[in-house]
Write a protein that binds this ligand. Structure first.
Ligand SMILES: C[S@@+](CC[C@H](N)C(=O)[O-])C[C@H]1O[C@@H](n2cnc3c(N)ncnc32)[C@H](O)[C@@H]1O
Length: 304
């Protein structure tokens, strides 16, 4: 593993100190840590929603095609963030259909409500929900989709079983997660700088809840089979992400890049300036006449 191997996303690996008292149940667990991180940056995700939507639009379209929403159906979006992928599905469902847009972070759910209202989408229900424990009945939805969420879930086996449970017979499941670090410079440029400067806590980014925890195709196939899916297709969607300038890259990563906003907030101003300058230098190799073009590769899966 390269330098990014020392990067640490909220992943459920941090050892939680146990108190020998009855209040143990109230202690924050790995999922609470994930919720706090993403709730904290929900306002920034809402501000950047258009940029993120455009950058990942082909992935969203792939997912929606694979779930194939039909008028009148009910589609569930898991780990929806500000919800733009689900909105593509909602447009196809019509007034008699319903998108249930869910996320662990209440701030994201609020962003979905505002986004749906701005688009005049009246068939969107937005709810706080943990992917590992869906508050929905068995066989209650026609499709489940999720973009860039399941890799953050500490227990993906539970999350995929839940997706299977809520799907009607023949219902379709499609999701995207981050591929291997070597193919995702848009993420790792900034992580490497933090790691090289000793600013990241150690941890396994391939471990449960880590950003690359579902980057292996066979692991996805095995988890899906274990959850009861019979027809499984796992593949890679490769592309590029273009940033107008190092400033645009920095603004995006420092405001919505998972653990980075909190890391930056804890650093003295001069160290932040040094990190930012180092990120700028690291981006030089990706400069083209048409902005900074960084490789991206996502693992996408469709199952039924
Ligand atoms: C990288 S963002 C992706 C957001 C959105 N799907 C997108 O592609 O723009 C990850 C999202 O997963 C959500 N998330 C993380 N763990 C979750 C869980 N256990 N259940 C539901 N959502 C979760 C976070 O709150 C966050 O909104």
């Amino acid at each position: 593993m390269g330098a990014v191997g020392t990067a640490r996303w909220p992943s459920g690996h941090r050892r939680v100190r146990r108190r020998p008292t009855l209040d143990r149940m109230a202690e924050p667990g790995p999922t609470d840590e994930v919720r706090a991180t993403w709730d904290g940056i929900a306002p920034a995700w809402e501000r950047h929603r258009q940029l993120v939507f455009e950058q990942f639009r082909p992935v969203s379209e792939w997912l929606v095609e694979r779930v194939s929403p039909q008028p009148g159906q009910t589609i569930l979006e898991v780990a929806a963030g500000p919800g733009d992928t689900g909105f593509l599905a909602a447009e196809r469902l019509g007034p008699d259909g319903k998108l249930i847009s869910t996320d662990l972070a209440p701030g994201m759910v609020e962003a979905v409500r505002r986004g749906a209202a701005e688009r005049g989408l009246v068939n969107v229900e937005s709810r706080v929900m943990d992917a590992q424990r869906l508050d929905l009945g068995d066989a209650s939805v026609d499709g489940v989709l999720s973009r860039l969420g399941y890799m953050l879930v500490p227990d993906p086996a539970a999350a995929f079983s839940e997706a299977r449970r809520v799907l009607r017979n023949g219902g379709r499941f499609a999701y995207a997660v981050i591929g291997s670090p070597s193919a995702n410079d848009w993420m790792t440029v900034v992580a490497r700088v933090f790691a090289q400067r000793g600013q990241m806590r150690t941890g396994d980014p391939f471990g449960p809840g880590g950003p690359f925890s579902l980057s292996d195709h066979d692991r996805n196939r095995a988890l899906l089979a274990e959850a009861g899916f019979e027809h499984v297709d796992v593949t890679e969607l490769t592309g590029t992400m273009t940033f107008e300038s190092p400033s645009v890259y920095w603004d995006r990563q420092s405001q919505i890049g998972g653990p980075f906003p909190a890391l930056i907030a804890a650093l003295p101003a001069e160290e932040v300036a040094a990190v930012r300058a180092a990120v700028g230098t690291a981006l030089d190799q990706f400069a083209t006449g048409d902005g900074y073009v960084l490789p991206s590769s996502l693992v996408v899966a469709a199952a039924s």
